[in-house]
Design a protein around this ligand. Structure first.
Ligand SMILES: Nc1ncnc2c1ncn2[C@@H]1O[C@H](COP(=O)(O)OP(=O)(O)OP(=O)(O)O)[C@@H](O)[C@H]1O
Ligand SMILES: [Mg+2]
Length: 281
């Protein structure tokens, strides 16, 4: 669905986005993860045809992004980082207006409002919406024309845990329908839960790209923590990969003297820090 090769882009004379290569298959949730200013939104703007003076290739749904035609957006839904809504119109009027820009049959507006808990707010002006309400309206605006590809830039940012959970469920439902989703986030927990693969982006470059599981496992940092009795209860740790080298553990196993044993995996945040040397949040 998406193929990016040797992509580079600069806002100024200095190169910013550099050597970006990746492909996204139909039905995949692909994450852009990186600290503030890394270039995630810039990358999304290139892919969606908003920034056109790039080098290399960005092919989305078979179309080179910079040469898109009007119908490019019939199959693409974009939830921008900052809500782009008409403040003086109601929620429903906003959806009707933006929906009128597409030639496709739209999804049912009442159902969509209900899906994000705005069923009683459709007739309110957007200027009277809270930040989270605007985010939710902006999100369903991207889904309105039932696009095959969704670009979601920080969709859960600023949402309370319940709304965030609802939104993640909707994202997973879209995936189940075979939609292809690019999800930009700072949130490693969301990324690990939702994304099939993630790209770690720092300073305009991809520093790692794989499934969250493989990234976590590749570092071989899974530890085993075990306890045993030796006058008092004692605990020891060893790397899962090196259990055969832990003679104390071997001895305890042979004598059935282990009191407890747990494995602990590093989080995606730990791996991000290890790979990029940067903290995410
Ligand atoms: N229109 C612009 N002109 C010049 N520089 C820009 C422009 N838009 C973004 N930048 C710069 O490009 C860099 C990357 O911005 P971008 O918005 O892509 O980051 P991001 O990874 O999405 O960050 P965040 O997580 O804060 O949303 C920043 O240094 C920003 O100042
Ligand atoms: Mg951004």
């Amino acid at each position: 669905m998406i193929k990016v090769s040797d992509l580079s882009f600069s806002y100024t004379e200095e190169k910013f986005i550099q050597d970006i290569n990746f492909e996204v298959e139909k039905g995949e949730i692909f994450g852009f993860l990186g600290p503030s200013g890394a270039g995630k939104s810039t990358l999304q703007k290139i892919l969606t045809g908003l920034l056109r003076n790039y080098e290399g290739n960005s092919v989305v749904d078979g179309v080179e992004s910079k040469y898109y035609k009007r119908n490019f957006y019939e199959n693409i839904g974009v939830d921008f980082e900052f809500p782009s809504l008409y403040e003086k119109l109601t929620g429903r009027e906003n959806l009707k207006f933006f929906g009128s820009l597409y030639s496709k049959k739209l999804r049912n507006i009442d159902e969509m409002l209900k899906m994000v808990g705005l069923q009683n707010d459709g007739e309110k002006k957007v200027c009277d919406y809270s930040k989270g309400m605007k985010s939710r309206l902006n999100f369903i605006k991207a889904l309105l024309h039932n696009p095959e590809i969704l670009f979601l830039d920080e969709p859960t940012s600023g949402l309370d845990p319940n709304n965030s959970r609802d939104m993640k469920n909707i994202i997973l439902e879209e995936k189940a329908k075979g939609k292809t989703i690019i999800l930009t986030t700072h949130n490693m927990v969301d990324a690990a839960e939702l994304c099939d693969r993630v790209a770690f982006i720092v300073d305009g470059r991809i520093k790692a790209l794989d499934s969250p599981h493989n990234l976590i496992m590749s570092k071989g940092a899974v530890k085993i923590k075990y306890s045993y009795y030796d006058g008092i209860e004692k605990t020891r740790e060893c790397l899962l990969k090196k259990t055969s080298e832990d003679y104390k553990l071997k001895e305890l196993i042979e004598k059935n003297q282990i009191l407890s044993i747990h494995s602990s995996e590093p989080t995606l945040s730990d791996i991000f820090m290890e790979v990029t040397g940067r903290v995410l949040q």
